[in-house]
Design a protein around this ligand. Structure first.
Ligand code: 3H9
Length: 703
């Protein structure tokens, strides 16, 4: 049957099983189609549909084989994560549905397009065969939700691809493209033409071959791959970073150990125990919350769907420093030409060279092809003349953080930019309204605050000035997706959301070392909490001299000032809060310790011991309080936006859910009491929520 005819035949004979499932027959092949937008997740209706459709296929004497396909943009993208906290009591359990598919006596073929992820791939693994389009991807990414594949994935996948590859796929959670999935036997055939037609042809051939189909649970080629007793220990050691602070990877390893050592049914029982343990964990609750929080940030209540957006086909970036060149890369990689403007030749060349170097690193890592590298660099137009920005649809200023300089640039841009162009500033704390006032078009001015390195960090703070037009905000929020960023909308205030939130943590750390803990003890507690580095190691990395220290006005009144005055500027001087060896390995510094002790003496505090937990509280409570104030002032739309901003922009440990989620896990009453105990006034919002027995992380309920 020619392409198109197959689809017509399916459409013509399709009968509804329920709202999201149809059953059709093309000759002797039954075709079950799931159509449950947006991603065909395995919610109650899909499970019911699958259960009934496979029963029908088994009973249909005319059907000799079964194809499972999906409508829309993707194959099944997994269990329905929304249902995890509100299960549908009337729908069959996923494991029972999959057991029915698994027991189908006729050859079953999953026809995969888009992404078959998590429970989606587990469903496909209950079919005898899997065929896919060349662009399809398959994976078991449950680890990102603090879970393990709990619908047989840990038991079936190793039976096909072996323990090592299964561990890589599940612990690292990265989807695998169709071609490599075919190489490891996970996909049986890649269909170049029409997927459904290819799948039906494959099913017919399976019937014609006459060989009884073997369910994956009975296959063992993966298990008989040579693997030694050390495999699991070695895997843990080789991937130590993935395990540190996360519970799910260890449970995944244990489940795969069970697949290798136990019969299938016993392995399934072990998988269920290990899954339940994770499902009930705080880590998984936090990661599931962040999954939806990330997807919610782009929704702006006063910008309804359909708010017009301005087309952005050409971008200008002013300033070719680290930020400017990183910002430019985002657009070049997304296929948008960029004019990069600098004042002097040498600076421009440095910026262009940095962009090329970054792309070459990606090429070496295999993340880019030579052709893509060429295409990206060809889209770059370096210039020494701001007038060359006259055709840009969006111009982003990324120069030194000085108000007068920025105002001067925006005043000049006013005369250069075409009418309707969006004028953005990458300032990280300056007043966008004051910058906008330098133009005759403040409605077109917006803040686009990228985080360093701008080509890597996923957070984009979109700062709405008091005059910024709705279509400019809508364009910026939409554009973020084009350049693979997560946009968080902020109002204008000093430091916007992310930087403003982190200031109290730094202040608290500086104050705390006067009460007893040394800088490395503070850092150790924060690393144990899950941060990649503590505040003092961070200061040393950034450079103490660049965090607002001015030799002309330095008064030797803080530990940081004295360190700066004595040239201990951090890693670059091999001395800061820590001492550093030639390879920049830190060790506690006796010089810093003596200095801190002297300051403790002068402050007349009685230094005492602090537990790690107490240190964490002292640093994080003021952050939570600041977050509540940011919400009260309407700077952030919702608490979950704050959490996303800090997880994405400041490496806040995702397993804690971010500061707002963390506060709820501690309990708002306790947060208030502890804040009062350290002499801080709790934000009224905290008190209100605590009195109502409400949560902070879901505030406001309507946003
Ligand atoms: C699992 O399977 C557990 C099992 O092992 C065992 C159970 C016993 N559920 O990301 P997008 C929504 S755990 C519900 O913007 P894209 C999403 O919220 C699951 N909803 O699109 C959004 O809704 P809205 C394992 C889901 O094209 C909309 O779909 N699977 C789910 O950039 C579009 O999403 C995963 O972890 C879901 N599973 O990316 C896969 N997935 O429009 C998770 C998505 O209202 N999903 N939504 O904001 C993804 O990675 C991406 O969504 C995907 C599409 C790649 C599929």
């Amino acid at each position: 049957m020619a392409s198109g005819q197959t689809l017509d035949a399916v459409r013509e004979s399709a009968q509804s099983i329920n709202d999201v499932t149809t059953y059709a027959r093309v000759g002797t092949v039954a075709v079950i189609t799931i159509d449950s937008p947006p991603v065909n997740a395995l919610g109650g209706a899909v499970r019911r549909g699958l259960m009934d459709a496979f029963a029908r296929a088994a009973d249909d004497s005319e059907a000799h084989a079964v194809v499972l396909a999906c409508a829309g943009r993707t194959f099944i993208a997994g269990a329905d994560i929304r249902e995890f906290d509100a299960p549908d009591p009337d729908a069959p359990d996923l494991l029972d549905v999959l057991a029915r598919i698994d027991a189908c006596p006729k050859p079953t073929v999953a026809a995969i397009h888009g992404t078959a992820l998590g429970g989606g791939l587990e469903t496909a693994l209950c079919c005898h065969y899997r065929v896919a389009t060349p662009s399809a991807k398959v994976g078991l990414p449950e680890v990102a939700l603090g879970l393990l594949p709990g619908a047989g994935g840990t038991q079936r996948l190793p039976r096909i691809v072996g323990a090592q590859t299964a561990l890589e796929m599940m612990v690292l959670g990265k989807p695998v493209a169709a071609a490599p999935a075919h190489e490891i036997g996970l996909i049986d055939t890649i269909v170049e033409g029409d997927l459904l037609e290819g799948a039906i042809a494959f099913a017919r051939n399976a019937v014609l071959s006459g060989a009884p189909p073997v369910p994956v649970r009975e296959r063992s080629e993966g298990l008989s791959l040579p693997h030694d007793a050390e495999l699991f220990a070695r895997f843990r050691a080789d991937n130590a970073r993935a395990f540190k602070g996360y519970q799910a990877p260890e449970n995944i390893v244990r489940a795969v150990e069970a697949a290798v050592t136990l019969p299938f049914e016993a392995g399934m029982r072990r998988e269920a125990e290990l899954f339940q343990e994770l499902f009930a964990s705080r880590q998984s609750a936090a990661l599931r919350y962040l999954f939806f929080a990330e997807r919610q940030t782009a929704r702006v209540p006063d910008l309804p769907t359909g708010t017009p957006k301005r087309p952005i086909a050409k971008v200008g970036v002013i300033g070719a420093g680290t930020m400017g060149s990183g910002i430019a890369m985002n657009f070049l990689s997304a296929g948008i030409p960029v004019t990069l403007v600098e004042q002097e030749d040498a600076a421009l060349e440095r910026g262009v060279a940095a962009i090329r170097r970054n792309y070459e690193i990606s090429l070496k890592k295999g993340k880019l092809t030579p052709a893509t590298l060429d295409a990206c660099t060809e889209r770059l137009h370096p210039s020494l003349d701001m007038a060359d920005l006259c055709e840009a649809d969006l111009i982003i200023e990324a120069v030194f953080e000085k108000m007068t300089l920025k105002q001067e640039i925006f005043a000049r841009l006013d005369g250069i930019a075409r009418p309707g162009a969006i004028l953005a500033t990458n300032t990280s704390f300056l007043d966008i309204n004051a910058i906008a006032a330098a133009t005759s078009r403040p409605g077109d001015v917006i803040g686009l605050h990228f985080f360093s390195p701008a080509n890597v960090m996923r957070l984009l703070e979109v700062v709405r000035g008091s005059a910024t037009r709705p279509d400019v905000v809508a364009t910026a929020m939409g554009l973020a997706r084009t350049i693979a960023k997560i946009p968080v909308l902020s109002g204008v205030c000093d430091g916007f959301i992310a930087n403003r939130m982190m200031t109290p943590r730094m202040d608290a750390a500086q104050a705390l070392i006067l009460e007893g803990p040394l800088p490395w003890e503070v850092d150790k507690a924060m690393v144990a909490y899950g941060f990649a580095m503590g505040p003092f190691a961070m200061l040393d990395l950034v450079g103490l001299d660049v965090i607002g220290w001015d030799p002309a006005t330095s008064t030797s009144s803080t530990v940081t000032q004295v360190l700066c005055e004595t040239g201990r500027w951090g890693q670059k001087r091999q001395a800061g809060f820590y001492d550093y060896d030639a390879t920049r390995r830190p060790s506690p510094s006796p010089v810093t310790e003596a200095l801190v002790r002297e300051f403790q003496f002068r402050a007349e505090t009685q230094p005492r011991l602090f537990s790690g937990e107490e240190i964490v509280e002292r640093l994080l409570l003021p952050v939570v309080n600041e977050g509540a104030r940011i919400l009260e002032e309407g700077i952030a739309l919702r608490a979950s936006d704050i959490d996303v901003a800090l997880v994405m922009g400041y490496g806040w440990p995702p397993v804690t859910g971010g500061p707002m989620f963390w506060a709820d896990t501690v309990g708002l009453e306790k947060i208030i009491a502890r804040l009062e105990a350290i002499g801080e006034t709790p934000a009224p919002l905290l008190r209100r929520l605590a009195d109502d027995g409400a949560a902070l992380h879901t505030w406001p309920a309507t946003a």
